[in-house]
Design a protein around this ligand. Structure first.
Ligand code: AMP
Ligand code: FE
Ligand code: FE
Ligand code: ZN
Length: 289
């Protein structure tokens, strides 16, 4: 069983990378990818754990791009985790997250939802490789007794169009796919069924998107067949996974529930190898010429 969409405590997941890998192996998964938001900090521990558990770990990431003022999540796979281009880009993404969380904290105070945002911001300064965002602000709202859970916090305050929503400054999808490509990886559009930007997918495919996340815990069978059809039409590969964030009943799937078929995974990997070959040829030419 294959799951290419998982989160750890390096971003907004509730399990540490090694604990998550152990849980995944116990659930019967054999190939997994950890796709934390805007950070690869969980990967070293996860690779070690995967070796111990005898399962395969694919380097992964979920990067937040901004397209026409809206957040668009882009998954990256098979890249070199040591890429300096990628590391620099992600550091800038995380810096904007810190700015945004501070702004959300001020907005909440103005609205009368007093929370202490300082521990969150101090934590981000102490551990700059880890990602903070609205889920951790939601946790602070829960702790202060203002909301019932993370979902309640998004629905009432933090979600797009809600009173404490603060826009992010970010790169368009084309820039994100190009950074992932420069790091030797391929890019997949995450959970298109949650995005409502179907009309943009052909353009994103022309601009360098490699795959579509057809399988996802928030896609029903009708969404799944829609996106599989779009992938076929546009010549995109298919990715998929649970988006497991730990045992949070309100958000993300459960381990082993939403998986990617072996044939889809093989086609995804093949597309990466092909792109890699072409990139290397291109680099060779540039070096010679
Ligand atoms: P941010 O990274 O700050 O933009 O926050 C977005 C993240 O919050 C998403 O990637 C989800 O993991 C999480 N999220 C979004 N909506 C909800 C929700 N309704 N309940 C819990 N978590 C959510
Ligand atoms: Fe998340
Ligand atoms: Fe996402
Ligand atoms: Zn995710």
């Amino acid at each position: 069983m294959i799951d290419l969409h998982l989160h750890t405590t390096a971003s907004d997941g509730r399990l540490a990378p090694d604990a998550l890998v152990a849980r995944a192996a116990a659930a019967g998964l054999t190939v997994v990818s950890i796709t934390d938001h805007d950070t690869t900090a969980g990967l070293p521990l996860a690779f070690e754990a995967a070796r111990r558990c005898g399962i395969r770990l694919i380097a992964g990431i979920e990067i937040t791009a901004v397209e026409r003022g809206r957040d668009v999540h882009v998954l990256g796979y098979f890249f070199n985790p040591g890429s300096q281009t990628l590391a620099g880009f992600l550091a800038a993404q995380r810096a904007d997250r810190v700015r945004r969380v501070a702004a959300i904290g001020s907005r909440l105070r103005e609205l009368g939802y007093e929370i202490d945002i300082t521990p969150l911001l101090d934590g981000a300064r102490r551990q700059p490789a880890r990602t903070i965002g609205r889920p951790q602000v939601a946790d602070a709202l829960v702790a202060a007794g203002h909301v019932a859970d993370r979902t309640d916090a998004f629905d009432r305050l933090l979600g797009e169009g809600r009173p404490a929503y603060v826009a992010r400054a970010g790169a368009p999808v084309v820039e994100v796919t190009s950074v992932i490509g420069a790091a030797g990886g391929i890019a997949s559009l995450a959970h298109p069924g949650l995005l409502g930007m179907d009309a943009d997918i052909p353009r994103l495919a022309r601009e360098g998107l490699d795959a579509l996340e057809v399988r996802h815990s928030d896609h029903d069978s009708s969404a799944e067949s829609t996106y599989r059809q779009i992938a076929v039409t546009l010549g995109l590969a298919v990715s998929g996974g649970s988006d497991f964030h730990g045992d949070d009943p309100t958000h993300g799937g459960r381990l082993g529930d939403v998986t990617l078929e072996q044939a889809d995974f093989e086609a995804l990997e093949k597309r990466w190898r092909k792109g890699k070959g072409e990139r290397e040829k291109g680099e060779g030419k540039r070096e010679k010429g």
